[in-house]
Design a binder for this molecule. Structure first.
Ligand SMILES: Nc1ncnc2c1ncn2[C@@H]1O[C@H](COP(=O)(O)OP(=O)(O)OP(=O)(O)O)[C@@H](O)[C@H]1O
Length: 393
């Protein structure tokens, strides 16, 4: 989790407060109530809290979409309303707002144009990002047809099109399958390792724990807890040791030895087998399935991370991609043709060199073959329709 963090402060809030007023200018909701926090360059910063605790309001103030009622908020040392500074921010909102009739590629082109990218750069980044988020195959499909997970992926690509220094992601993994979640988390870590700063709002605490360096927990608009995740979660009054599996005898001896040191066997000591992380287990099952079986519709495993965002992918992702590529290579191979039956030339010559007229049995066999081929083509069409329907879910 450690990365090169400099002392460059990207976001700084002191006494930040936002009070929503009603029509008569009377305070209606104190959404954010005098909070202080600092986010440094290269950090993955988790903004946590139950519904209505003030996370979105805080993010909107960082984006300059809402003005604080009181307090100081600086982003890259500037007021958030500074327009030039916004080109350094990428934002994935909780609900992805996309123009449903634009294709995936046109969507990225549109957002790239808003940031003033050249046509060539828009095309290059669009292709790289769609590949990275596993939507290269859907580049020409209108985004209105996308499933929730696919919409999340195109939203993430859109948030990165301007190569931002600060990336704000609101529930980036919502609606994604476990592979997509892992890919997004790997992209987040990768961006941080490249010196980008990430603010992550998520209710999925396991995801937050996987990627965040620091967290801020809000409740009722106030800070309830904050600091480096490792120190917040570390239970300093306990020691855990993991070693190769021990025999029953050794465990009994160990317990005796610890009892002699004053560790109460039942109340204070827990010896068991560690449990594997469900995500790792799931990814391993999928990797094996991919090595053995056929392709799936919808979003595919993400591709290479674009050069402008990262140097290299991560081990798990690359393993998944490699198995997918190997599978694709297998399905792309020319189907093996059955060997042609050798023609018996002497028999042909005896028949006067002319091709023999088909027998009734051969004609029937030909007709059966044609019927089977037609059936197969119909089944393929039906599968294609089904895949489209699933994509429109
Ligand atoms: N435009 C608004 N007008 C009035 N009250 C608002 C407005 N926006 C937010 N609030 C109130 O401010 C409080 C904080 O809302 P906010 O959207 O920041 O919470 P949140 O932590 O992002 O919640 P969630 O997890 O549900 O997204 C809530 O009580 C909400 O009703």
């Amino acid at each position: 989790m450690a990365n090169k963090q400099t002392d460059n402060i990207v976001v700084e809030a002191v006494g930040l407060t936002k009070v929503f007023k009603d029509f008569w200018n009377r305070p209606k909701a104190r959404a954010v109530n005098g909070i202080d926090f600092t986010i440094k360059q290269g950090q993955v910063f988790g903004l946590l809290g139950p519904n209505g605790s003030g996370k979105s309001t805080t993010v909107k103030m960082i984006l300059g979409l809402l003005y604080p009622t009181r307090g100081v908020l600086k982003v890259f040392g500037e007021e958030p309303r500074n327009v030039d500074m916004k080109s350094r921010i990428g934002y994935l909102p909780e609900e992805t707002y996309l123009y449903r009739y634009l294709t995936a590629m046109e969507t990225l082109d549109f957002f790239g144009a808003l940031f003033g990218l050249s046509e060539e750069m828009r095309r290059e980044r669009g292709e790289q990002l769609l590949n990275m988020v596993g939507l290269a195959h859907a580049f020409n499909r209108p985004v209105g047809e996308f499933s929730k997970g696919m919409a999340r992926r195109i939203g993430l690509a859109q948030a990165l099109v301007n190569d931002p220094d600060l990336v704000i992601l609101d529930e980036p993994t919502s609606g994604l399958d476990p592979i997509g979640c892992r890919e997004v988390k790997d992209v987040i870590r990768l961006l941080a390792s490249r010196g980008k700063t990430i603010i992550l709002c998520s209710h999925l605490l396991a995801d937050v724990q996987d990627v965040c360096d620091d967290v801020l927990v809000l409740y009722g608009g106030k800070v309830r807890a904050s600091g480096p995740l490792k120190s917040i979660l570390s239970e300093e009054d306990k020691t855990r040791m993991v070693c190769p599996s021990l025999s029953d005898n050794t465990v009994a001896e160990l317990k005796q030895w610890l009892a002699a040191k004053g560790v109460k066997s039942d109340a204070e000591l827990k010896i068991d087998h560690p449990i594997r992380n469900l995500e790792d287990f799931f990814l391993e099952v999928v990797r094996q399935a991919r090595e053995q079986s056929v392709d799936t519709a919808g979003a595919q495993a993400g591709g290479e991370i674009p050069d402008y965002l990262a140097d290299k992918g991560t081990a798990v992702l690359n393993a998944l991609r490699r198995s997918e590529m190997a599978q694709k290579a297998m399905t792309d191979q020319e189907p093996v043709k059955p060997a042609e039956p050798a023609i018996d030339m002497s028999k042909l010559e005896k028949l006067g060199g002319s091709a023999p007229a088909p027998t009734a049995a051969e004609t029937a066999a030909d007709e059966a073959r044609d019927a089977a081929a037609e059936k197969e083509a119909q089944a393929e069409k039906a599968n294609e329709k089904l895949a489209n329907l699933l994509g429109k879910k």
